[in-house]
Design a protein around this ligand. Structure first.
Ligand code: ZN
Length: 82
């Protein structure tokens, strides 16, 4: 199984990739003729303020993509403080 562990947000929140309030489709599903099924084309990952997060969010075109973007963004953020 792929490592989907998210890095903690710079605000201190530990984000959980398995949490549907953290990563979810941002739009309705659309039909993909290549896959012959309905797929979500836009995904959003959010540091959910409901759980005390800072409301930071990233968009991507797949679940894997937002996870990769989150890991990259956080790594960049932390490097700014070094
Ligand atoms: Zn945050």
């Amino acid at each position: 199984m792929r490592d989907e562990k998210l890095l903690p947000c710079p605000c201190g929140m530990q984000l959980n990739a398995a949490d549907e309030d953290c990563i979810y489709p941002a739009t309705r599903p659309v039909y993909d003729p290549e896959l012959d099924k309905m797929v979500f084309k836009v995904w959003e990952l959010v540091c959910n303020p409901v759980y005390g997060g800072c409301d930071a969010s990233v968009l991507g075109d797949s679940r894997e993509d937002v996870i990769a973007v989150e890991q990259e963004c956080v790594a960049v953020k932390y490097s700014e403080f070094v």
